[in-house]
Write a protein that binds this ligand. Structure first.
Ligand code: ADP
Length: 304
């Protein structure tokens, strides 16, 4: 199976004409409540590809936890190592999207952020027999490091999505502990000082990541495609031509495709192409994990 260690949130999303001013009350066009958090999104996206997947992390013991667990279960995600913390609330995100498609987001990490490196042993069982480990940075950075060390000791490849980059930067050790680092444009700028806008600038940024210890850098350039680089190979995958309407969670679906293809034995180049197809398809539908494509849809796009 693929092991995802990461955040589980409930997202409260509202669509408005414009953002409210301080002290103002507005009526919204529409609102939804659903599963979110990069860990849960990536796990659901892997499940939609038909791959065995287990999510480890924490919720609270509130009604939002019930909602998250039911949604994960219905999506086919094994949530046995998604632990319930009675001291903390389930993570939640409050997302407002205006007419222009801009968003404002407030996040309460809650139970996701309530555990440090000492809690690693509670999550470690999810690594048993895992083919690939996926992580993001919506948990304590020390805990992410501790899990990555365990994975390394067991020879399980780690795909780390450095999202969001912590305010203090990504801990130095993580550059080398992750086998594959998958920043998007902004994260690349935060990690290297270079905003990648094309293949050449992305490869320049990748060289800086390699100097910091990254083995494989995969730089996601949104509608410009994706660049990958190791010490011995590099490549560019142009974007698949799709009609993008909502790029939310494109990166999460990309990472799900990447890990799934690697778990199925693909080469790096093949896996990046598969991932790019997943990311592209995710932009053709609204929503986060629910926009993730199935394996058939990906196969269709790859054959086109
Ligand atoms: P994030 O969601 O982390 O910001 P990106 O927006 O870079 O990540 O999207 C991840 C990947 O999904 C891209 O590298 C690309 O392969 C694919 N993708 C994203 N947006 C588009 C698009 N408009 N057209 C085609 N592919 C896209």
């Amino acid at each position: 199976h693929i092991a995802v260690i990461g955040s589980t949130n409930i997202d409260f999303v509202t669509h408005v004409e414009r953002f409210p001013h301080p002290g103002e009350t507005l009526h919204v066009h529409s609102s939804t409540t659903g599963l979110g958090g990069k860990g849960a999104n990536q796990a659901v996206a892997v499940a939609r590809l038909g791959q065995d997947v287990a999510l480890a992390g924490w919720t609270g013991t509130d009604m939002l936890a019930e909602m998250a667990r039911t949604t994960l279960h219905d999506a086919g995600v094994n949530a046995r190592w998604l632990l319930a913390d009675p001291q903390a609330g389930t993570g939640r995100a409050f997302i407002t999207i205006n007419h222009a498609g801009e968003n404002q987001i407030l996040v309460d990490g809650g139970a996701n952020m309530a555990h440090g490196a000492e809690a690693c042993s509670h999550l470690a069982p999810v690594l048993d027999n895992a083919a690939v480990v996926m992580m993001q940075m919506e948990m304590d950075a020390e805990l992410v490091q501790a899990v990555a060390r365990q994975a390394r000791d067991r020879n399980i490849p780690v795909v780390l999505d450095p999202a969001p980059v912590p305010a203090t930067g990504l801990p130095d050790a993580l550059f080398a502990l992750a086998d594959i680092l998958t920043p998007n444009e902004n994260e690349t700028r935060e990690l290297t000082g270079i905003l990648p806008v094309d293949e050449a600038t992305a490869l320049h940024a990748a060289r800086i990541l390699h100097k910091r210890g990254t083995h494989t850098a995969i730089i996601k350039l949104g509608h410009r495609g994706v660049v990958y680089s190791t010490a011995t190979t590099r490549g560019f995958v142009p974007p698949f031509a799709v009609r993008a309407i909502d790029t939310v969670a494109a990166g999460d679906c990309f990472n799900a495709g990447l890990a799934t293809a690697l778990a199925r034995g693909a080469t790096l180049g093949e896996a990046v192409r598969y991932a790019a197809a997943c990311g592209a398809l995710a932009t053709t539908r609204a929503g986060a994990a629910e926009a993730a494509p199935t394996a058939d849809e990906v196969a269709c796009l790859l054959d086109r």
